[in-house]
Design a protein around this ligand. Structure first.
Ligand code: NDP
Ligand code: OXD
Length: 309
């Protein structure tokens, strides 16, 4: 059985080492030295070029190197009849929650204001709410959003979330569906986006939705760049409708050198690192799914291409 590895960002050497240590039977082939395309059974990929998966005639299973699958479903030639699984790794979930907690605390505790004061050598105490008075809204209550919501709740924040289907999470207000979005936005002083990128969620952070947030709200986008209409955020920052934004993901990655976000005093930029894939923890999860496939057992974390995630 041959597994192809192809990624634009993950270390092929680390992945090959992990996969060969854990599986004696898989023949690991790292792009571009993949040999006979007809021999490839499994494809473990991140952002393969469009049409590439369709060029593997005997492919049986597609495994995403990330939690998101927009990098696969956007391929017009994707072999849609094949099963696709995405990565759900508890270590990645922890990493995302660390990122969200860090950024929510940064915004809540006015870190950007104090940094500006430090620049100006200004010693001044600013008003501070406590966590129970701070309303945080999370777009997406899936693997990542749920965990982040629970951890923010444990810190005492007043947390609500939004998903397609209604959720029951202790102490966390649930809003669902298109009809539930305005109420979630209206209460979110800090809004965190952890949605998958689909036809329905693309550009969901736009002038109209940002205007529904309380005046001076802050935004954290750790999902996908295409969720945000960047020009609308810049306009909302200029009008002070939005007071600050922390962005991990962008329409163009790496963020172009001349992009206004780099130098904006109210924008924090991180280079798509909120939760990256770790071969040591992810390889056993990936191999487990391959063994399930070979044994004819149900796959874990299977993607529904019609739903888009
Ligand atoms: P899940 O599939 O587990 O969760 C998705 C959540 O979004 C679900 O709660 C789902 O609702 C909700 N949702 C989807 N579509 C809609 C919609 N139209 N309206 C309302 N809610 C919707 O995904 P994960 O939590 O695992 O990951 C989320 C995203 O995070 C990934 O797709 C990826 O883009 C991003 N990501 C970013 C990383 C980074 O480093 N920056 C790292 C990892 C992931 P329901 O529960 O009802 O289905
Ligand atoms: C992912 C990511 O989807 O890292 O896993 O963005």
């Amino acid at each position: 059985m041959a597994l192809l590895f192809r990624s634009t960002v993950d270390s092929a050497a680390r992945w090959r080492a992990q996969l060969t240590t854990l599986s004696q039977t898989l023949d690991i082939r790292v792009w571009p030295e993949i040999g006979d395309r007809a021999a490839i059974d499994y494809a473990l990929v991140w952002r393969p070029e469009p049409g590439f998966l369709a060029s593997l005639p005997n492919l049986k299973l597609i495994l995403s190197l990330g939690a998101g699958v927009d990098h696969l479903l956007g391929d017009p030639l994707l072999p849609r009849h094949l099963p696709i699984v995405r990565l759900v790794d508890p270590h990645m979930t922890d990493a995302m929650s660390e990122y969200v907690v860090l950024q929510v605390l940064r915004l809540h505790r006015r870190d950007l204001d104090y940094r500006a004061q430090q620049e100006a050598r200004e010693w001044r105490e600013l008003d501070q709410k406590n966590a129970a008075e701070r309303r945080v809204g999370i777009l997406g209550l899936g693997e990542l959003g749920r965990d982040a919501a629970k951890k923010l709740k444990m810190l005492g924040f007043d947390v609500a979330g939004w998903s397609r289907s209604e959720k029951t999470l202790a102490g966390i207000e649930s809003h669902a569906g298109a009809g539930g979005l305005p109420a979630l936005l209206a209460r979110s002083e800090i809004l965190v986006c952890l949605l998958p990128l689909t036809a329905e969620t693309e550009a969901i952070l736009n002038a109209r939705t940002l205007a529904l947030l309380p005046k001076g709200a802050a935004l954290v986008n750790a999902a996908r760049g295409a969720h945000l209409v960047e020009a609308d955020l810049l306009a909302a920052l200029a009008s002070e409708q939005i007071s600050a934004a922390v962005l991990d993901v962008f329409n163009d990655e790496p963020l172009p050198a001349g992009h206004p976000f780099w130098h904006h005093p109210r924008v924090v930029v991180t280079p798509h690192v909120a939760a990256f894939t770790n071969p040591a923890t992810a390889a056993p999860i990936i191999l487990d799914n391959i063994r399930r496939f070979e044994a004819g057992h149900p796959l874990l974390n299977r993607v529904d291409p019609a739903r888009g995630y």
